[in-house]
Design a protein around this ligand. Sequence first.
Ligand code: NAG
Ligand code: NAG
Ligand code: NAG
Ligand code: NAG
Ligand code: NAG
Length: 436
Amino acid sequence: MTALRTLAFLSLIGFSTSQTSDCSYYSLLNYLNMTASNSVLQIMRPVKSWTNSTLVQLDMFLLGILEVEEKSQTITTHIWLYMSWTNEFLTWNSSDFCGIEEITLPKSLLWIPDVRINEDVSDTGSIQESLLVTVNSSGWMYMSGRQRLTYTCCLDLMMFPFDTQSCNITFSTMSLNEKTIKLGTFNSDEVLNKVSAEAMVTMGEWDLKSLITFNGPRARNRLRYMVTMERKPMLYVINLIVPLFFFLILDLASFFISEARGEKLSFKVTILLSISVLLLILQDMLPSTEKSLPMIAMYCVGVFALVGISVLEAMLVTFLIDLDCYCGKKAQSSVNASEDIQLQMGDVTESAEAEERGQAKEDRCYLPDHRDLLKLILDELRAVREEAGRQYKENKKRGCYRRLAEITDHVFFVLYFSASALFLAFMYLVWIAKVI
Ligand SMILES: *[C@@H]1O[C@H](CO)[C@@H](O)[C@H](O)[C@H]1NC(C)=O
Ligand SMILES: *[C@@H]1O[C@H](CO)[C@@H](O)[C@H](O)[C@H]1NC(C)=O
Ligand SMILES: *[C@@H]1O[C@H](CO)[C@@H](O)[C@H](O)[C@H]1NC(C)=O
Ligand SMILES: *[C@@H]1O[C@H](CO)[C@@H](O)[C@H](O)[C@H]1NC(C)=O
Ligand SMILES: *[C@@H]1O[C@H](CO)[C@@H](O)[C@H](O)[C@H]1NC(C)=O
């Protein structure tokens, strides 16, 4: 009786050891029929009834925003993809296999959903994903991979550099229809946002605002992520907006430079050249979308036009002053010539008159010594008068153009100042209207 009992006890121990001793992966793989080549598992969508669809869960985390190309309208990011689905054939009871909970298998042996990103334009070779896929004992499979994803996005640059870009990344299956494969996420939006914010390595000049998933009930075979990010505008403010503003102020201030040596004109032309350098920088950044000109381009062109007009005005003023000098010289030479003739004529007539008068006076009182003296004084007086008249005429003619130049300058300054103020106010108002 006792012997029988010990036998039963021993057999129980033997049974339990045989249960727990099978700890190799081989037996599990054997049980799963993976030891021999089992091509059915590669070909077939792993469901027992074909009417049941396979739910593929796709989680995308953003690890970095590497580059945003405004010209080609593409965004390059570093993403981490996590894809999971269920294989109804690869299930086992973990207590039968020494507690093996999960096993990794080569992807090439199994059916993998072919999910692609619609907006993807990255070149191949930028995807780093594992060749293995992990299965747990309830047939739940997952794989993950990292990818340098370049995707297209219609960037709205109206408010550049104060812009916020919302771009969609759409996942869809290439070959299968809505009934067989459904796409969804594993984690909620909050978790995705939180993990992305923590895992984010570099964002460049951007700030990740949110990561929202759209999965409308109608189009379940598509999963759409909306990535919203905001540009950090500081560099562009320092590099473009403030310099342009200062150039405008400098141009306004240049009205106080004297025109005498043409310095004003060259100063203004220098400002114009500096603005065109900034325009070149801007041209390198922005695409030529004809539909809506970005506001910064309007601002640049506006400042350029204002300064250009003021250069033209400076040219006009310089021209008027040059004209003044030229006329002055011409007037001087003509006055000199006429004066000589007049003086000669005057001399002749004067002497004749004086002789007649002298003859008349000679009768009354004869003063031969004083007559010469008086004539001398008269000649002197005449010369002085002529000289004064000539100078007066000359001054009047020269001052005419100079005054015109001054008036033009003053009027233009007032107009220019108000036009600049109006322009800046207009830009500000348009900007405010766009922001609200
Ligand atoms: C493995 O193959 C055998 C025979 O073909 C079958 O009876 C068994 O159910 C298969 N195992 C699994 C896990 O599919
Ligand atoms: C199909 O899916 C339903 C629920 O979605 C489940 O109850 C049923 O067991 C599945 N059929 C098979 C054969 O797995
Ligand atoms: C797994 O096996 C153990 C013992 O063989 C059993 O008690 C348990 O119910 C099984 N679990 C499932 C899910 O079949
Ligand atoms: C397999 O993984 C899924 C997802 O994490 C989990 O829900 C399930 O409970 C796991 N199965 C086992 C047996 O651990
Ligand atoms: C992104 O997808 C959402 C939801 O479908 C849509 O409202 C939005 O217009 C899309 N944005 C772009 C830039 O295509």
